[in-house]
Design a protein around this ligand. Structure first.
Ligand SMILES: NC(=O)c1ccc[n+]([C@@H]2O[C@H](COP(=O)([O-])OP(=O)(O)OC[C@H]3O[C@@H](n4cnc5c(N)ncnc54)[C@H](OP(=O)(O)O)[C@@H]3O)[C@@H](O)[C@H]2O)c1
Length: 333
């Protein structure tokens, strides 16, 4: 075991108070100490998710008693040291996962939380886009939506971080996927498994006369009564986000209104309306209830996590060539 002193410093991206992402600063902070049940990971790549902006809100600032915080969640890297009670990992293991404070040279995480070994054929940059968006999609479809083979599934907002994982996961469960996205993403969304793609700039999915067994709403830009129109008897609606409205002027308020509406509908709609606005990263990801064909072997794990078409997360290789910053697409999330 390697003992790491807390006096050792590392570079990290720090939020000191509420503001825009421009207020974030790279600073020297204390490197976290390895917990007995956890690992210290040298971060090789991270990625940016909408949830990372939360650290810049007044509420987050208040909750952490006005203290600065290291931002970022997704990471991939190499285990540098292990705690004395760790049994699942050893020094040198290549891993990926999700924990607060990932825009840093090092993170510490309990071995029981969201960290797993990285398959050899997946790069650090690819692995670093998986956990936040992928867990959100998996938990939304499998745990909350109770997705079943043969169901008709509608994904509104299918071409971003959560949506691209959702299309692939729903397909792996044997669902018939209808995806909603803009014109420029129609081909790519079809290529990852959507049987039907609705271009929202050309057609209104609520007026297409189709009904579904499960709707995953990532865009959150339609009223509950619009959505109800496309849900068949006994269907389930899972609200994940408000990507279609939250980035427009006044979007924050509209997004909050949307969240409250879904919450109210979930009370009135019983078990068939579910609000999942943040994935739980408290436990190691479970493959229980996995779709047939997805097993536990490395080759199958690699297939299950490969972010073939993740358009939504921005990959940030921490120590790639000259600190290169890859963006999968041009606009900020
Ligand atoms: N990323 C996460 O891990 C995570 C976790 C929990 C909750 N959420 C929430 O989930 C939402 C989506 O996150 P994300 O990371 O997937 O965002 P994203 O990568 O920006 O993707 C947004 C998606 O919404 C679509 N969209 C935008 N305007 C639309 C409209 N008018 N009609 C239909 N679709 C529209 C986009 O399609 P086009 O690009 O084709 O226009 C894209 O598919 C956010 O509200 C976020 O807060 C995200």
């Amino acid at each position: 075991m390697v003992i790491v002193s807390t006096a050792v410093k590392m570079k990290a991206v720090v939020a000191r108070g509420p503001g825009s992402p421009a207020a974030l600063k790279v600073e020297e902070v204390a490197r976290p100490a390895v917990p007995d049940d956890g690992v210290l990971v040298r971060v090789r790549a991270s990625s940016v998710n909408t949830v990372d902006l939360y650290a810049l809100t007044p509420v987050a600032h208040l909750v952490r008693s006005f203290k600065p915080a290291v931002v970022g969640t997704d990471f991939a890297g190499t285990v540098e040291a292990i705690g004395r009670a760790v049994t699942l990992f050893q020094r040198g293991d290549e891993v990926f996962g999700g924990v607060r404070g990932a825009f840093a040279e090092y993170v510490c995480i309990s071995e029981q939380k969201a960290v797993v070994r990285k398959p050899a054929g997946v790069s650090f940059e690819q692995a670093a886009t998986v956990v936040v968006a992928g867990s959100t999609a998996l938990q939304a479809l499998r745990d909350h939506g109770r997705i079943k083979h043969g169901q008709r599934v509608l994904i509104n907002g299918a071409s971003g971080g959560v949506g691209t994982f959702a299309v692939q996961i729903a397909r792996a469960f044997g669902a018939q996927v209808t995806a909603v996205c803009s014109s420029r993403h129609v081909d790519v969304v079809r290529s990852i498994g959507a049987a039907r793609v609705i271009d929202y700039t050309q057609q209104d999915f609520t007026q297409a006369g189709q009904r579904y067994d499960l709707m995953l709403d990532v865009a959150g830009n339609r009223s509950w009564s619009d959505c109800r129109r496309v849900l068949d008897r006994g269907a389930t609606y899972v609200g994940v986000g408000a990507a279609g409205i939250q980035h427009s002027p006044g979007g924050g308020g509209r997004a909050i209104g949307h969240f409250l509406n879904v919450r109210l509908a979930s009370i009135g709609g019983g078990r068939n309306v579910v609000a999942v606005f943040i994935a739980s990263l408290k436990k190691r990801p479970s493959l229980a209830g996995r779709p047939s064909g997805v097993g536990t072997g490395e080759a199958r794990d690699r297939e299950a996590i490969r972010p073939r078409r993740s358009l939504g997360s921005s990959r940030v290789p921490v120590d790639g060539p000259r600190g290169r910053q890859d963006r999968d697409r041009g606009r900020p999330q």
